[in-house]
Design a binder for this molecule. Sequence first.
Ligand code: DGL
Length: 270
Amino acid sequence: MAVGVFDSGLGGLTVLDAVQKKLPEVPFVYFADSAHAPYGVRNADDIYNLTTAAVSRLWDEGCDLVILACNTASAAALRRMQESWIPRDKRVLGVFVPLIEALTERKWGDNSPPREVAIKHVALFATPATVASRAFQRELAFRAIGVDVEAQACGGVVDAIEDGDMILAEALVRSHVDALKRKMPEPEAAILGCTHYPIMADAFQEALGPEVAVYSQANLVAESLADYLDRHPGMLGAGTETKYLTTGNPVKVSTGATRFLRRQVTFEQA
Ligand code: DGL
């Protein structure tokens, strides 16, 4: 049994860490498409082609269930994959829905009509491709009415994190929060809509101020995966080993991953 976790690079490790803590008995195969990161500046076809190639590789590793721990792939490619590409005996889950369910105070699978929710002004921080897809607003509109969403495309942040340049990443976060606040001076909640951004959660919170509730995905995805596996234990797949695969330089990616997770992580060439 093994579950696949995919991201363009290091960001999905924020999700991996949470799912490993929640489900310590499950082996996970993590795939970082570091050679092609960042995805957030690519077009939808490109993101679809890269994501399907990565997910196929995870199926070859014995994972029948793959988590796209990447908002950009979830926003730009998942729907198309679900419509025509995923075989019947496999599943691919995105990271958007658990977050939107939390924001709109819904339980899993509650498909009742959209209703008013407590939070009215939401700031969304995400990659340019995620913002352009409007996938977040679409999923939100299925569940809530009267929520004003202001989206800020945070160019450069993922590159800085992948390069380990945290000073640049912090400066970019401050400037993107300033830009957002010019459009929406008083957001009640902020969504970190890219799995790389929880690595910068303190910088976001500081720039936004203590009164803004900052939502990120890792723990919400872990809860929702545990719930899914309870209901679909057959999706655990044939793989038996936890491994870390990358299309990039395994030494460089291992160094970055070890720094973020504060434990030794060793990547091998995908
Ligand atoms: N961590 C990813 C996301 O959640 C991808 C970022 C990127 O490659 O641009 O969107």
